[in-house]
Write a new protein. Structure first.
Length: 128
């Protein structure tokens, strides 16, 4: 075992390597969501019309709007990237609206569900 200056240099080098490893791996606990993950919303926090639409989606219809179930292309790029045809959109009725309104669900082929109440300007992942 080295003694004197050699041992001291070895201890200092080991300490510096340990500090470097700590800096590179971070001191905080791992994140529960990946960087850039969408905010979430619980089903129970959604408006009643949204909860009713989710029941229709789960049942496979029937849907009140002809566009329900059509491919959503994710042109905005706010959802995770997937091939065309992966996402489908569904209208959430807006009381008092004379058209389909701004509220939608977008579902992914992997079972994920996203909600927007501002016509695709933002999304929240639905927690069931």
């Amino acid at each position: 075992m080295p003694t004197g200056p050699v041992r001291r240099a070895t201890v200092i080098a080991a300490a510096l390597l340990g500090c470097l490893a700590l800096l590179l791996t971070g001191c905080s606990p791992p994140a529960t969501e990946p960087v850039g993950a969408l905010p979430t919303v619980a089903v129970t926090s959604l408006p009643p019309e949204a909860r009713e639409t989710l029941l229709l989606i789960d049942a496979g219809g029937p849907f009140p709007y002809a566009k329900d179930g059509t491919v959503f292309n994710n042109f905005e790029g706010l959802l995770p990237a997937h091939p065309r045809g992966y996402y489908h959109e569904y209208t959430v009725p807006t009381p008092g609206a004379s058209d389909r309104g701004a509220r939608r669900f977008v579902t992914g082929s992997g079972g994920e569900v996203y909600y927007t109440d501002d016509h695709y300007q933002s999304f929240r992942a639905v927690r069931r």
